[in-house]
Design a binder for this molecule. Structure first.
Ligand SMILES: [Zn+2]
Length: 337
């Protein structure tokens, strides 16, 4: 039987609201946009020079997302994409402080996104939570402001603080207090690391930010002790293979360490990260891993079960998601028999 990624129910833990606007949604927000402009301004080249080059493609999307109406449309748009990918649970993320250019308050931004997420969740039956990002180049003050927003909306759809953006150019220094603040208020913490910089960045992040998950973290594969640490402390890696190729971290999927990490027993999930910028979908990510590494239902089930365990969903939601994932795989097997 041919493998078809569309048949697999999926968990997506790492996807940015402000890097995933479809052409259709972008056109609604900016009627003068044409496909050629969209391709050159919103989508990164197949190989970027570095992460900074990749991040520069996000600016046009941020420019569009400065009103409550635009934020709602972006949420609707990403849920359409999650639905098309067979996602049953998602953790969306974005940096609220990047949406204040037209006089929205940070609270209005978060409440608009949460309201739209809750409405779309009901329509599609996709469970979803929200992660707020602080950014590497933010000041300590901005980071703390983001941490306060996390604390304020805990239990109302916001579950964690994340640190995103360019790890190669900016240190962790400004953000340590913000992470402590969220922890002290009962929130969870995650961070991007080990993509543009190597395994030392993963260790530094684990040492300083007390995170349970690492966005990417794929360069941990370069160091045995780091891998042992991830295994020992059950740190989950949110792996986004296609994005790593576009960012030129690895030349091709065949040379990406996702298969090695998986077979070493690291808890990891498969994600898109920046759907529009990296020009990908979750179905395409799964299909590529099947094509290159021969992954089938079993490997994807393991990843998705690990994603549920590492997620910030409520325990009863986790139980339900596990059941759906296992049932679906059994049903597929039954079809084969
Ligand atoms: Zn990311």
């Amino acid at each position: 039987m041919n493998f078809d990624a569309r048949n697999i129910p999926k968990i997506e833990l790492h996807v940015h609201l402000d890097t995933c606007i479809s052409y259709h949604c972008a056109r609604m927000l900016m009627p003068s946009l044409n496909l050629r402009m969209f391709r050159t301004q919103f989508i990164a080249p197949e190989k970027c020079n570095d992460l900074g080059d990749f991040l520069s493609r996000i600016t046009p999307q941020l420019d569009l997302l400065q009103t409550t109406c635009a934020l709602r449309q972006a949420v609707d748009d990403i849920f359409d994409q999650l639905h098309a990918d067979g996602v049953i649970y998602a953790e969306l993320r974005f940096a609220p402080l990047l949406h204040l250019n037209q006089n929205l308050t940070a609270e209005q931004v978060v409440e608009t996104v949460l309201g739209a997420m809750q409405a779309r969740s009901q329509i599609y039956g996709i469970e979803a939570n929200l992660i707020l990002c602080t950014l590497r180049h933010f000041s300590a003050q901005q980071s703390l402001e983001t941490a306060r927003l996390v604390a304020r909306y805990l239990g109302k759809g916001v579950v964690a603080l994340d640190l995103a953006a360019d790890e190669a150019r900016y240190s962790l220094e400004n953000h340590i207090k913000a992470f402590e603040y969220v922890r002290s208020h009962g929130g969870d913490c995650i961070a991007h690391a080990g993509e543009a910089r190597g395994f030392a960045s993963v260790n530094e992040t684990l040492d300083n930010l007390n995170v349970s998950r690492i966005g990417h973290g794929v360069r941990s594969v370069e160091d045995r002790a780091t891998l042992d640490r991830l295994l020992r402390d059950n740190i989950h890696l949110e792996v986004c293979p296609g994005c790593n190729i576009v960012c030129n971290i690895y030349p091709s999927i065949a040379e990406h360490p996702v298969n090695t990490l998986f077979h070493k027993g690291i808890s990891l999930s498969i994600n898109t990260d920046a759907r529009t910028v990296a020009n990908t979908t979750l179905n395409e990510e799964y299909q590529r891993l099947h094509h290159i590494f021969g992954w089938k239902d079993e490997e994807f089930l393991t990843c998705n079960l690990n994603a549920v365990r590492a997620s910030f969903a409520l325990p009863r939601v986790k139980q339900r998601l596990e059941k759906i994932l296992r049932c679906q795989t059994l049903l597929d097997k039954h079809d084969v028999v």
